[in-house]
Design a protein around this ligand. Structure first.
Ligand SMILES: NC(=O)c1ccc[n+]([C@@H]2O[C@H](COP(=O)([O-])OP(=O)(O)OC[C@H]3O[C@@H](n4cnc5c(N)ncnc54)[C@H](OP(=O)(O)O)[C@@H]3O)[C@@H](O)[C@H]2O)c1
Length: 262
């Protein structure tokens, strides 16, 4: 049995702990969070022991870091002594945006590091996550980690070099997609559809279009063309979106996430 510990059980730490709890791996789950109530509420839903950062640092075979980037240093200082006393092997799993493997290896004294870039849909098992391993992660640890995270959704290994770019598409873009969903619903409400129905219909349309692409792999432009009949309704909407620089705004948004540094 492996002990899996989470330091920080907010949105993302909580979602990954949930995925771990649903995995087929034989695990003991430790949950630590600054405000203990959050970890307690999570433990009520998925099981596991609520504990503190030091206990996770002392006992976990896989230590998941789920705190914000700005908190990493102070969080580390709180567990540094405990980690330095450890004689056994442990793996650091970091979901912290913008903190690379080299930095984490140095901080955690050469411990094996898995950098993981998940996104909010992991909460419902439909995530898109990227991962990269430090050189000293063993084949057995890689296989265990992938099995542990299997219930979170799609998993893709990535060159760490592309992690920031991929983090924009996977981690940030659900916010943009949700804004698009909201805007579609606002448009539908303007045209007389009820608010409650509008969100559901817009979400089902987005899901269906994504499925259409993933099933057939036709170019997105070809999907657009297949919907736009000559002198029809859809091309009128496409014309408006082009005039308002819709695609350019989305491209700029992704680039802005890529260029942001903490
Ligand atoms: N959200 C995303 O879509 C997403 C995607 C990819 C990566 N990430 C990464 O995931 C990490 C967490 O993001 P999030 O969105 O889950 O943020 P979040 O909901 O704010 O979660 C952070 C959690 O860390 C806890 N915390 C703060 N200081 C702590 C400490 N010293 N010891 C233990 N727990 C501590 C906070 O507790 P309190 O409740 O007391 O504040 C909070 O529950 C970030 O590094 C982010 O870059 C997030």
């Amino acid at each position: 049995m492996k002990t899996i510990g989470f330091i920080g059980t907010g949105y993302m730490g909580g979602a990954l702990a949930t995925a771990a709890s649903k995995s087929s791996c034989d695990i003991r789950l430790l949950l630590a969070n600054r405000s203990r109530e959050k970890a307690e509420k999570l433990a009520e839903q998925i099981g596991g022991e609520v504990t503190d950062n030091q206990t996770v640092a002392r006992e976990a075979d896989y230590i998941f870091l789920g705190v914000k980037p700005q908190i990493l240093q102070t969080m580390y200082e709180g567990i540094e002594d405990v980690l330095k006393e450890r004689k056994d092997r442990y793996v650091i799993v970091s979901m912290i945006a913008g903190k690379d493997i080299a930095l984490l290896e140095e901080m955690f004294d050469g411990a094996p590091v898995i950098r993981f870039m998940p996104n909010m849909p992991v909460t419902v098992g439909s995530g898109l996550s990227f991962y990269a391993f430090s050189d000293n992660v063993s084949e057995e640890e890689k296989a265990f980690f992938l099995e542990l995270m299997k219930q979170s959704g799609a998993l893709h290994e990535s060159d760490e070099h592309y992690m920031m770019a991929l983090g924009g598409v996977s981690g940030c873009a659900p916010a943009f997609a949700a804004m698009f969903l909201e805007a579609l619903a606002d448009g539908a409400v303007t045209c007389g559809v009820s608010r409650k129905d509008a969100y559901v219909y817009a979400a089902e349309m987005l899901k269906g279009t994504a499925e259409l692409y993933l099933t057939n792999r036709d170019h997105p432009g070809a999907i657009k063309d297949s919907v736009c009949s000559p002198a029809g309704l859809t091309i009128e909407g496409v014309r408006v979106l082009e005039r308002r620089a819709f695609r350019s705004a989305v491209i700029d948004a992704l680039v802005a996430t890529f260029e942001k540094r903490f």
